[in-house]
Write a protein that binds this ligand. Structure first.
Ligand SMILES: NC(=O)c1ccc[n+]([C@@H]2O[C@H](COP(=O)([O-])OP(=O)(O)OC[C@H]3O[C@@H](n4cnc5c(N)ncnc54)[C@H](O)[C@@H]3O)[C@@H](O)[C@H]2O)c1
Length: 432
């Protein structure tokens, strides 16, 4: 039986880790302590999982007391992104294992500190890259490993986030780069990690363009230039297309936001202390981009052509992976409940360079992220599946590579020049 403490009792922490440990993996694990900056988060957790009521809770500056008093085996890190590194490093200093949500950290400097701490520790970092576990994604990995397309030469990946999901990042802490690293890290870390893992190559250089086109004060659909509004109390929301997409003049419809859960339903009377998940998407404090295109070069010659846009009429992605012997293609339409047209079941097309095309129908399983979430949970809480012949759980180096790629992207956007990705890891403190 392993014991766990959780740093950051976020919506994600409760749904992805705490509840499954208590309800599904109780024979193998036990949550023995919680840490968060907001005491209301503990109450919300205990209301949802009464079995945990009474376990010790801690403020951020009580990390050491928590470790001393609860003696955990593993520290789970799942708060706002900019809080990850401090808890990961401290846990490693205690020789403890860490499971962290993505992104592992928000900057290359934080990644370097984590790698240095891990090198000196008996503990090990696991990054919860659940996208790897989606059945389509594991099938793609297996087909590449089987040599179906030969050596990978290029990847085209275009990711689309719909107006509802996209806007949600601009209503919350994610919209400030110092909290999230910007969306090329906070969100694209998933996408860069997938590509890095599929092709098993190391990213070395990135060049990118990016912009804030939709959100922020200059967004074309901003009904009025005024800072500090909240959807719950906004007097011009009937002129806001992002809000009215889901509502009519007499009926406010707020789709469930799986990122903030019930909080969104409370529009304006936040469930949490000092936290409003409905801040205006046109505020001037927004300092990140909502649109990127990037090219990335890999160490063994593969080239990635990537784009992401956070205000698209539907959600999903288009992917093609080209190799010396063939090509894999797939297109996903996500969130069918919000997609304004019928969507096909996702399949994979395999096209050998010479020969007949095959369409692969993948077996989907129940659970979040196409059935991926329950499987990653088993690997994390029961140990990696011994019947799987390839590595799938991500460690700190993979977590680092995805963050470095995201940082290279926004730095290239700012400088207009290509960025050497691995050089971002170099310690520059002595040069300053
Ligand atoms: N893998 C996925 O598919 C997926 C999906 C959603 C979220 N996430 C990740 O999960 C994490 C949480 O995201 P969320 O949207 O659920 O967040 P959230 O807004 O629900 O919660 C953030 C939490 O961090 C806490 N916090 C803030 N400062 C803190 C500090 N100094 N110390 C400890 N806690 C602090 C807040 O009080 C809150 O409990 C993020 O890293 C996010 O990237 C991953």
């Amino acid at each position: 039986m392993k014991t766990y403490v959780v740093c950051g009792v976020s919506g994600r922490a409760i749904g992805m880790f705490i509840e499954p440990i208590v309800k599904t993996f109780s024979a193998h694990g036990q949550v023995v302590g919680l840490l968060d900056v907001d005491p209301r988060r503990f109450e919300v957790c205990f209301e949802r999982i009464p079995q945990l009521s009474g376990i010790p809770v801690y403020a951020p500056d009580q990390f050491e007391s928590m470790i001393r008093e609860t003696q955990p085996d593993v520290v789970i890190v799942a708060g706002a992104d900019h809080t990850h590194e401090q808890y990961i490093v401290k846990a490693l200093e205690h020789d403890l294992d860490v499971i962290t949500e993505k992104p592992m950290a928000t900057t290359s400097e934080e990644c370097r500190r984590i790698l240095d701490a891990e090198a000196k520790s008996k503990g090990k970092v696991t990054v919860a890259f659940n996208y790897r576990y989606m059945p389509i994604h594991t099938k793609l990995k297996e087909m590449i490993l089987e040599g179906k397309i030969g050596r990978v030469t290029s990847v085209d990946l275009n990711w689309y986030i719909d107006t509802f999901h996209g806007a949600s990042y601009f209503k919350r802490w994610n919209r400030v780069r110092s909290n999230s690293g910007g969306l090329s890290i906070h969100k694209s870390t998933h996408h860069f990690d997938l590509v890095n893992w599929w092709i098993d190559q190391v990213p070395v250089e990135a060049f990118a363009y990016g912009a804030l086109n939709y959100y922020g004060p200059n967004g074309e659909l901003n009904p009025a230039k005024e800072d500090g509004r909240y959807c719950g109390t906004c007097t011009v929301k009937q002129d806001c297309s992002y809000y009215m997409r889901w509502s009519t003049r007499s009926r406010e419809v707020v789709p469930v936001d799986d990122h903030v859960g019930s909080v969104t339903q409370l529009q304006g009377q936040s469930n949490y202390t000092g936290y409003r998940p409905d801040a205006c998407i046109f505020d001037s404090e927004i300092d990140i981009e909502d649109t990127y295109t990037a090219v990335v070069k890999y160490d063994r010659g593969a080239l990635l052509s990537y784009s992401v846009n956070f205000s698209v009429p539907y959600e999903g992605y288009r992917l093609a992976i080209n190799g010396t012997k063939g090509r894999l293609e797939t297109q996903e339409y996500h969130s069918p409940g919000r997609t304004p047209f019928p969507v096909p079941q996702q399949t994979i097309d395999y096209l050998p360079l010479f020969g007949s095309k095959e369409t692969i129908h993948v077996v989907f399983t129940e659970g979040g992220h196409g059935g991926g979430d329950p499987v990653i949970l088993e690997d994390m809480f029961l140990g990696p599946d011994p019947r799987r012949s390839y590595e799938i759980l991500s460690g700190a180096r993979a977590g680092t590579n995805s963050v470095l790629t995201g940082e290279a992207v926004w730095k290239s956007v700012q400088s207009g020049a290509p960025v050497r990705i691995q050089e971002l890891l170099e310690d520059r403190s002595e040069q300053n």
